[in-house]
Design a protein around this ligand. Sequence first.
Ligand SMILES: CC(=O)N[C@@H](CCC[C@H](N)C(=O)O)C(=O)O
Length: 371
Amino acid sequence: MNKFIEIRRDLHKIPEVGYQEYKTQSYLLQYIDTLPQENLSVKTWETGIFVLVNGKGNNPKTLAYRTDIDGLPIAEQTGLSFSSEHQGFMHACGHDFHMSIALGVLTALASQPIDHHVLFIFQPAEEGPGGAARMLQSDEMKAWMPDEIMGLHIAPEYQAGVLAVKKGLLFANTSELKIVLTGKGGHAAYPHKTKDMIVAGAHLITQLQSIVSRSIDPLNSAVVTVGKLEAGTIGNIIAETAELNGTMRSLDPEVMETLKTRVKAISNGIALAFDCEVKVEFNQPYYMVYNDHQLTEDFMSFASGYNGIDCIECEKAMTGEDFGYFLKEIPGFMFWLGVGSEYGLHHAKLNPDEKAIEPAITFITDYLRSK
Ligand SMILES: CC(=O)N[C@@H](CCC[C@H](N)C(=O)O)C(=O)O
């Protein structure tokens, strides 16, 4: 079996959520330690890692290649022989692929550096609470601030061998949403003596769905998703509290402001209607992923002439990525890597095609060598 497929499988077994990627970091460091060290400088940052491959040219730029390293709190249902050994956690967003591909490119460049320096960024906490913005502020990154940056994300909807990219806006602005409702619990048989937060929460969730359909111009795009609801203990006790967690997406920062205003207004309305307290928090905003026009065009023209790669121009997506923070400061781009899986990102049965790994390593290495 190919070494980087083996690495992907090893990493797949040990998914860890943001800033708890201890085993992942240690696995990555152990592997990096096996590479020829003469051209490498390695620094850890929290649970992440920076690796600089020193360039050989006289006037080197610093090019950066970023991978995220965290997993998700999802119980895997793939039935694969190398399934997650961390009960309730899974690499369901492909970061195991992202890491093994990054290690593959690093392996190639460590023994044969290019003219430019190449900074490999192994970034924690992409799924939350976010690592890119904090890494950018770190002394480690400031010392090696790149001139250009690139990164990829697996795409289950495209087959292995396909790359998809576009100039300009690729991914949405996001904001996490937390709403806590507090009423009064009590006996299920005496509802008039209580303030039932399951009923209030249910009304709130239903009304939140009206924001996109009734407050946003249909020619704009937005998402309000409640992905988690926690309330109650048992069937015959009225719930005193309910907590909703969700995410909001927009392609335009102004639309995000409208989403926030409407969420607050509807929550205040629910507080009045159900005589309860409703606290709203907007957390962990992610800045949109906006690809540099020229660098993306150059990348597309390199890819279109590349044997075995089918590079297509895609539409923007409502996914979020804190890679957007890197792109806000450093010109660069993100692209989708096809991995053909029947089940999509964030699904417990996501099973990306490992045939995508080796060609991606060769292609990205050759692209960096072409710079
Ligand atoms: C590519 C991908 O699936 N990214 C995630 C990351 C967003 C996290 C963010 N904190 C949020 O949920 O708002 C996504 O869900 O798009």
